[in-house]
Design a protein around this ligand. Structure first.
Ligand code: SAM
Length: 270
């Protein structure tokens, strides 16, 4: 007697399926080198001519200077200042997200979202079932992000509007998880794009990681940029001491000097 072989089951998306970003989609998000080089040469030329460049000296500055500097940039010049970050993130974020964010109903935290450029890139990796919460220190930048949301700018691959919420907070505040826009939400993914490694110090970065331990679902991922203010080894040792597992680095390009640390949450501890 012959036994009929059952047809192979086609893979169907499940609640646990993770988002996949293929090379074609990555290429469509990446900006050409010429955009970055034109910006760098433009700034170098402005300095040569004795002109002050918007945001100059903010990296590694004191918390007070960072706050004042971004308040000034919110009045004008933020998009120009942030262009290199956008260039980096359009390459790095799709790599960080790939295989690590649930395809459906993901809740994502954008740490230091500015006017929502990183939120926009995250949206482009997802779909209308995603919800992204952006937090930033500077009210003027958050107002700009909210205006973009109201204009329907944050859209997923499916063209649907991604749900967003924005709030003003210092990401290194000890009571960050109690913020009204964050309280009661368990995040599946948290990302910092050009924020922690540039504008915090090691103690404040540690405080943020303590908050993430509370806000992230156990087993979920975070991608946190390191840089001159919080170097890679400092960030890695701190994260591991708090129960995160270090999984590797995400770089926009092979020699990216400010990679993101890819961390997996072990959940809150006693
Ligand atoms: C270079 S911008 C990057 C913005 C956004 N992540 C992106 O990729 O387009 C850095 C952002 O970090 C924010 N920031 C710096 N220190 C912060 C802090 N302690 N708490 C919250 N936001 C902060 C700034 O206000 C600014 O919007």
């Amino acid at each position: 007697m012959s036994v009929a072989t059952p047809p192979a089951k086609s893979p169907t998306p499940t609640a646990h399926a993770m988002v996949q970003i293929d090379s074609q989609q990555r290429a469509s998000l990446a900006l050409p080198w010429s955009v970055l080089l034109r910006h760098k040469f433009g700034n170098a030329f402005a300095r040569m001519c004795g002109r002050r460049v918007h945001g100059q000296g903010l990296i590694g500055a004191s918390a007070q200077s960072v706050q004042g500097g971004f308040a000034g940039l919110a009045q004008g010049g933020f998009s120009h200042y942030n262009l290199p970050q956008v260039w980096v993130e359009r390459r790095a974020l799709p790599k960080a997200v790939h295989g690590r964010v649930p395809l459906h109903d993901a809740s994502i935290l954008d740490i230091g979202c500015g006017i929502g450029d990183s939120t926009w890139i995250l949206s482009k990796c997802g779909n209308a079932s995603w919800r992204i919460t952006g937090i930033d220190l500077e009210p003027g930048l958050i107002r700009a992000a909210e205006a973009r949301a109201a204009a329907g700018e944050f859209r997923g691959r499916d063209g649907g509007v991604v749900k967003t919420a924005f709030g003003v907070a210092d990401i290194s505040a000890a009571d960050l998880p109690d913020h009204p826009k964050l309280r009661g939400t368990t995040f599946n993914f948290a990302v910092s794009c050009g924020v922690v490694g540039l504008y915090l110090d090691p103690a404040r970065a540690r405080q943020l990681l303590c908050s993430l331990r509370v806000m992230l679902a156990p087993g979920s991922f975070a991608a946190i940029d390191c840089g001159p203010s919080v170097p890679r080894w400092t960030m890695q040792r701190t994260a591991e001491s708090l129960g995160f597992t270090f999984l590797g680095l995400v770089r926009s390009v092979p020699l990216d000097p400010r990679p993101k640390l890819l961390l997996q949450s072990g959940g809150p501890r006693g």
